[in-house]
Design a binder for this molecule. Structure first.
Ligand code: CA
Length: 356
């Protein structure tokens, strides 16, 4: 009798386990994502759409993610807080937007004179970058992942040439974030102006220069029509966006859906890097054929040397003030030293030695 009781209990347990599994396999999990961008924002917004579509397809419809753009949630720079609090499950934004709130977030987007996109991806995945990002974001009940890269951003559109350090004095430039701090050390005045007002500000000389992204997103802004000098970049060599997820909400998903979500984010970030590259090439061809007078410039060596020194001085101050900042900065600088030697003799060496 004992034996048959055991047998029946076992059968019941198996039946129950099977039905629970069947239930879990059918259950649809719905997540809400807040993005920092407006609706149908090219490239950045495409990365989100791409991720959502892949997650739904790979999960056979069990993972559905609703995307709210900035016009809906009205808080383009509040994504960090909205996901931390659980108002949204996920977000797509840029880590450095939150440096005013959590200073160490700024290291996970791009740094002036720092790594290129490929070097930085190597750092994230094989050089300890993701571990540091995990450590920082876990303090806020968040998990963050790379969310797509713009590649090297251009140094910006200038109405007048920059020939010396003197030309930076009192230069009013839209250049947000850490790079603005660096430029301010050399006497320039960094200003932040909403994207929709930038063209008019430049046209009316409210500002002398601005940086935005690169041809992929600059073309539609039209700055090339009013500022002929397009300077090469120094300040954002590899701007990486991020996906963030509320850690508790992530842990509540079944393991297979967590894995699907990670793969979708990973693939979407890679796709955005490729898309940025492709649309920059196409848009640059279009810009230069319509406006052949655009002049591509590099900043004079004395300007770049001074910018680099100001950059290093500020980083040293930040490292002295904050233990975690010191670890992140050291990790990035050590990795750059390691990886750049390879870049020099591989990609860079190849381009230089085969150039006609
Ligand atoms: Ca920029």
């Amino acid at each position: 009798m004992l034996k048959s009781l055991f047998k029946n209990t076992l059968v019941a347990a198996v039946v129950m386990a099977t039905s629970v599994n069947a239930f879990a396999a059918d259950k649809v999990y719905r997540l809400k994502l807040a993005e920092s961008w407006g609706p149908n924002f090219p490239v950045f917004g495409d990365s989100v759409k791409n991720m959502v579509k892949m997650a739904e397809e790979m999960s056979n419809g069990r993972l559905k993610i609703r995307v709210d753009s900035a016009n809906k949630h009205k808080s383009a720079f509040g994504v960090f807080d909205m996901v931390k609090s659980g108002q949204y499950d996920m977000g797509h934004s840029a880590s450095y937007y939150y440096k005013g709130k959590v200073p160490n977030t700024m290291y996970f987007t791009t740094m002036p004179f720092g790594m290129t996109a490929m070097e930085q991806y190597a750092w994230f995945q094989y050089g300890g970058g993701q571990d540091l990002m995990d450590e920082l974001y876990a303090q806020h009940n968040l998990v963050a992942f790379p969310g797509g890269n713009t590649g090297v951003q251009m140094g910006g559109w200038f109405r007048k040439e920059i020939n010396s350090l003197e030309d930076l004095k009192n230069l009013k430039m839209r250049i947000p974030g850490f790079a603005g701090e660096v430029l301010a050390k050399l006497g320039a005045t960094p200003v932040n102006i909403p994207p929709g007002e930038l063209y008019t500000a430049l046209e009316r000389n409210t500002i002398d220069a601005l940086e935005w992204v690169g041809p992929s997103l600059d073309l539609r802004m039209g700055f090339h029509k009013i500022a002929p000098f397009y300077y090469m970049g120094w300040h954002e060599p590899a701007t990486e966006l991020m996906f963030i997820i509320n850690k508790k909400k992530m842990e509540k998903l079944p393991a297979d859906l967590q894995a699907i979500l990670k793969v979708a984010m990973h693939k979407a970030s890679y796709d955005m890097y490729v898309q940025s590259y492709a649309s920059s090439a196409e848009n640059w061809a279009e810009m230069t054929s319509e406006y052949p007078n655009i002049q591509v410039k590099t900043f004079p060596p004395e300007v770049l040397t001074a910018l680099k020194k100001a950059n290093d001085d500020i980083l040293a101050e930040k490292a002295a003030d904050d233990e975690m900042a010191a670890r992140i900065i050291k990790s990035q600088q050590d990795y750059l030293k390691l990886v750049r030697v390879w870049t020099d003799i591989s990609e860079f060496g190849y381009i230089q030695s085969t150039k006609e």
